[in-house]
Design a protein around this ligand. Structure first.
Ligand SMILES: [Zn+2]
Length: 375
């Protein structure tokens, strides 16, 4: 491994200690205290809010925000190693949240340590450790609106591939919407179906149409497509009764910039055209995605930093939801997602973080911070 500014020993020690502190969503008190204590030893004055978000800062002027989340999903499945052990085997730190996202928390603490020793000549860095990311986190983010302000952000809840020297830079994600639809028929005893209207058969038309629906393609900055899937279907009928009600959930992954009204029009309109009558969209919840302009200084700084460290920058749009969308849309901070997590290690049993990814992901984020502030 080439020489890095980051201290590998500090990073690994910190990650192991963090993994050993259970921090399920809504139960981040202990880890928030640990993070705050660590920051204090570097001379920061961290604040912990009622949701256990931790915020600290250094410097003044143009501001960049760093973010990672403190919580992890429950350690379900077949674990061969104690999920809270932080055991190191073959260059990997094992444990629940080791990659998603305690690697990011460790990276931020290491960057905080370095900057406390070598304060950036210009600019300000905010460290935001968030709670409740895995459980949706809406209320825990709302308290930050108006309080946390920055010109750009880096969300460290994303992966890097050190073996292949590829740094994925995620500049957006799709929106996500759930439509709950009720389809109505007429019930009757199943021995005389001619006297009934089967709500399932009517709903089946929609199921069929969903699979044939053409949705908009995303061409820039990378090819992606909007998606619509039927993810739930049920009735509360009996085996011998033709059901008069069928409920379906349609999960929609929208183009990054599509707003709620447009999504409702597109998918709501499609449902209406398909079923025509005897149905109702009873619930529609939506979270808008986001997409940064590739000319945005944070994207430029990240690309430049990746190249200077010998990594190939790969611009992408996240397939799933990323919390950077919340930071970008609600906090109005254009946020990019990058290392140091390990590919394929989020929400899996026997989760691990490769130490080389931890080191290089941290190095990349640090370099991006410095490059951005010197622009
Ligand atoms: Zn995560």
């Amino acid at each position: 491994m080439e020489k890095t500014v980051c201290n590998k020993n500090f990073l690994v020690k910190t990650l192991v200690e963090l993994v050993q502190i259970p921090s399920l969503s809504g139960k981040e008190e202990k880890i928030a205290e640990k993070v705050a204590e660590t920051l204090k030893t570097f001379g920061y004055q961290p604040k912990i809010d009622e949701y256990y978000n931790v915020v600290a800062e250094i410097g003044s002027g143009k501001t960049i925000l760093l973010n990672a989340h403190l919580d992890h999903v429950p350690p379900v499945g077949n674990w061969k190693i104690n999920p809270y052990s932080g055991k190191i085997v073959n260059g990997k730190v094992y444990g629940v949240g080791a990659s998603d996202n305690k690697s990011g928390v460790s990276a931020m603490l290491e960057i905080a340590r370095i900057l406390s020793e070598n304060k950036p000549r210009k600019g300000r860095v905010i460290f935001l450790f968030t709670s409740r990311e895995e459980s949706g986190g809406d209320e825990a983010r709302k308290v930050l609106v108006g309080k946390v302000k920055a010109d750009a952000g880096i969300c460290l809840d994303h992966h890097i591939n050190t073996k292949k020297r590829v740094a994925e830079l995620t500049v957006g994600c799709k929106g996500i919407g759930n439509f709950e639809v009720e389809v109505y028929g007429k019930s009757y005893h199943s021995s005389e179906p001619e006297k009934a209207v089967n709500a399932i058969y009517k709903a089946a038309k929609l199921v069929d149409a969903v699979q044939k629906l053409k949705l908009p393609k995303i061409k820039k900055p990378v090819k992606e497509k909007a998606l619509l899937n039927v993810t739930k279907i049920n009735t509360d009928g009996w085996a011998t009764r033709i059901p008069d009600l069928c409920r379906l959930t349609l999960n929609y992954r929208a183009p990054p910039k599509e707003d709620k009204t447009k999504a409702e029009k597109r998918i709501g309109g499609f449902i209406k055209r398909t079923l025509k009558k005897d149905f109702k969209v009873v619930k529609f919840v939506y979270r808008q995605g986001y997409l940064l302009n590739l000319k945005n200084p944070i994207v430029k700084a990240a690309e430049k930093s990746a190249k200077s460290l010998g990594f190939k920058p790969k611009i992408s749009i996240a397939k799933g939801w990323v919390d950077a969308a919340t930071l970008t849309n609600q906090l109005k901070i254009p946020t990019i997602c990058m290392g140091p997590t390990t590919p394929g290690q989020a929400h899996v049993e026997n989760e691990y973080e490769e130490i080389q990814n931890l080191v290089w992901g941290t190095e990349l984020a640090l370099k991006t911070v410095l490059n951005y502030l010197s622009l």
